[in-house]
Design a protein around this ligand. Structure first.
Ligand code: BG6
Length: 477
């Protein structure tokens, strides 16, 4: 067991826990989940007794799975001591099977029982669906019919289900899925993941808005001119061709991460320490989107996307989108809102930009009648997490000339040891039973109500090609 370097206020749930990872050898498990579990282990934030059971099709023994994960962890750039990584990997077990076959669930139950027998205790169980969405229904049904989530029901232990985004393909499929999920499991067992809600910088939107009078007093339509949310990536879809071709950028990051940021930026003040109230406030902000009328919709695809392995040669899937509207809802009437995201662009920009309205009579310079001086708040989510507020100050000298300067409000390197990575937070919150940073059914429904008509309108919009490493499609063509 590694020595703990947890803050004093940190309360872990130390009840023995079994983690079952559907898609145990997949990309998400390799690059995010297992590394996050390892980091939690190193922090001392995992229960003292735990097991991780990976389920995938590949025929692997426990030892082969442990070696496979060890290699992935080092490939990701971890530089932890080998003894610690070996210690963590000794908790890994493997079950080979298909998500669609009930026999796999019997094998999982056996592995779970072995763990419980080994520590002579009925343990908590966390089932993580790190699989493409087309498998969800099968997994829900089999988990239910096999009673794998009921193994320790009668002894006060819990079983929880973590479901990755995208939850559904559109409003209709999301509603069907939600109905199924809620008919089989209780609400307190369901954790719908949007890892952006677990990012420190995204959470900081709340502290910024509700803990600072200077910002809180200006956070209204009379003072804010526009809100832009950008998620530009330099990475292309790499080895996720077939997953991405079926989904596209709007479903991949628009319907979830970007709308959650939008919700936090525009929600009405609520009791932010009450998970239910906060989730309701976010859901209400998303519901307000339904009145909006878009005045700009652009979609694009980078050149060469259709040659990626797993992508259809004639693919019409977008790898870029831009949506813009002037808000009509009472709270934000007149504020311009823009959401823009893309893959294979020239730079990585992952931020929300809030531009404040200029003041009416600005002492901006001797002869300025019309002036462009605005304060701009940039909340950057990656690669480093920080917030910068631009202000206008006089340049030193005889003349009254202004220059823009930025205050840096928070700057957190992504490898700051005190700050959990988003997937660490997701797993930790699920173990401790805190649903605040998870999406409610109402939020899923409202976001799809807004996104689905846009997806439907895509077939009538040109799919603009853009060069890899460019700023995106040229809309003037
Ligand atoms: C994921 C998307 O949900 O979010 C990816 O599937 C995207 O396509 C990623 O790259 C961005 O998240 P992060 O945490 O890397 O900013």
């Amino acid at each position: 067991m590694p020595s703990s370097f947890l803050p004093k206020t940190f309360k872990k749930n130390n009840a023995p826990t079994a983690f079952v990872v559907f898609g145990g050898t997949g990309d998400l498990a390799q690059t995010k989940l297992l590394p996050a579990l390892l980091d939690l282990f190193i922090r001392g934030a995992l229960p003292d007794s735990f097991v991780v059971i990976g389920l995938s099709r590949k025929p692997l023994s426990d030892a082969e799975y442990q070696a496979f994960m060890k290699e992935s962890v080092y490939r990701k750039g971890h530089n932890h001591e080998e003894t610690v990584v070996n210690d963590f990997c000794s908790h890994l077990r493997y079950v080979s099977g298909s998500f669609a076959e009930i026999e796999s669930y019997e094998k999982i139950k056996t592995a779970l029982q072995e763990f419980d027998d080994s520590i002579k205790q009925c343990t908590n169980k966390l089932f993580y669906l790190a699989v493409p969405p087309q498998y969800y229904e099968d997994i829900f049904e089999h988990l239910h019919s096999s009673q794998a989530m009921k193994l320790c029901d009668n002894v006060g232990s819990w079983s929880r289900l973590l479901v990755e985004k995208p939850f559904g393909r559109d409003l209709e499929t999301a509603q069907v899925l939600e109905k199924k999920l809620c008919s089989l499991f209780a609400d307190e067992q369901i954790y719908r993941i949007d890892h952006y809600l677990a990012k420190n910088a995204v959470e900081n939107i709340i502290s910024l808005r509700f803990a600072n009078s200077i910002i809180a007093d200006s956070w209204k339509k009379e003072q804010i001119e526009s809100i832009a949310i950008k998620l530009f990536e330099t990475k292309d879809v790499s080895n996720r061709g077939s997953f991405y071709d079926a989904i596209g950028t709007l479903r991949d990051v628009g319907q979830n991460h970007m709308l959650q940021i939008f919700a936090l930026l525009t929600m009405a003040p609520s009791d932010i320490h009450n998970p239910q109230a906060l989730r309701q406030a976010r859901a209400k902000a998303l519901e307000n989107l339904l009145d909006q009328k878009l005045d700009e919709v652009v979609r694009g695809q980078y050149e060469g996307f259709s040659e990626t392995t797993g992508v259809a040669p004639e693919s019409q899937t977008e790898t870029y989108f831009k949506l813009s509207f002037i808000s009509k809802d009472e709270l934000w009437k007149g504020v311009r809102v823009t959401l823009e995201a893309g893959k294979a662009l020239n730079q990585q920009i992952n931020e929300a930009v809030v531009t404040f309205r200029p003041i009416d009579t600005c002492h901006c310079g001797s002869s300025d009648e019309i002036h462009e001086h605005r304060n701009v708040l940039r909340i950057q989510f990656a690669p480093t997490q920080n917030m910068r507020l631009s202000m206008w100050v006089k340049k030193p000298g005889f003349d009254f000339v202004l220059e823009e300067k930025e205050f840096e409000l928070a700057n957190e390197e992504s490898n700051d040891v005190n700050s959990p990575e988003a997937y660490e937070r997701v797993l930790f919150d699920c173990i401790t039973g805190d649903q605040t940073r998870f999406v409610s059914g109402a939020e899923v429904e409202s976001s799809w109500r807004f996104i689905t008509p846009i997806l439907e309108s895509f077939s009538e919009l040109p799919l603009l090609k853009y060069k890899v490493g460019s700023t995106g499609p040229d809309t003037n063509l």
